[in-house]
Design a protein around this ligand. Structure first.
Ligand SMILES: [Zn+2]
Length: 167
């Protein structure tokens, strides 16, 4: 697959024609035209050749890259409210263990205030705590009984029963 066009090649204060932009970014000229006609890249199309501000092009490519980069940083959550990766508001989050190896990180979106959730591996918790303040929550009985707790409860009961019979 072709390399993604890199916004770093674009000079913010230059004005580009689609042909020049295509040249710098090593993409087809038609791609640049499509960015303008179909994907919302701002350009002056009132005359030929079309003119694109370097800053607009840079922003446009930057956003596309961001969208593609689905992998979030460990301590970031994806906000469904404003649709983007966000660092938890106030760099604070709650963590609730859901299974021996994973749990749920809950935080507020700093942009829109939505509640964000993210399933994380228990092993990643330390790395996340290095970045933000994480409050470890006790498992809520409601959640627990709904998910993997029946197993735990069964084990617990068996253990208890076992203990009893031992006595
Ligand atoms: Zn948000």
């Amino acid at each position: 697959m072709a390399k993604r066009p890199s916004p770093f090649r674009i000079k913010t204060h230059r004005i580009y024609t689609p042909a020049e932009a295509a040249e710098v970014l090593k993409v087809h000229r038609q791609s640049v035209r499509r960015w303008i006609t179909q994907h919302g890249l701002t350009a002056d199309t009132s005359r030929k050749p079309w003119l694109i501000k370097g800053s607009d092009l840079k922003n446009f490519l930057g956003h596309r890259r961001e969208k593609r980069r689905c992998k979030l940083q460990l301590h970031h959550c994806y906000c469904l409210g404003c649709k983007g990766p966000r660092e938890p508001d106030g760099k604070m989050a709650d963590y609730q263990q859901h299974s021996p190896t994973s749990g749920m990180l809950t935080a507020l979106c700093p942009t829109c205030g939505s509640l964000m959730h993210k399933v994380i591996r228990r092993d990643d918790l330390d790395a996340i705590q290095a970045k933000i303040e994480v409050t470890i929550q006790r498992p809520s009985p409601r959640l627990v009984s709904r998910t993997d707790a029946p197993l735990n409860v069964t084990f617990q009961q068996e253990a208890n029963d076992h203990a009893k019979t031992q006595r």
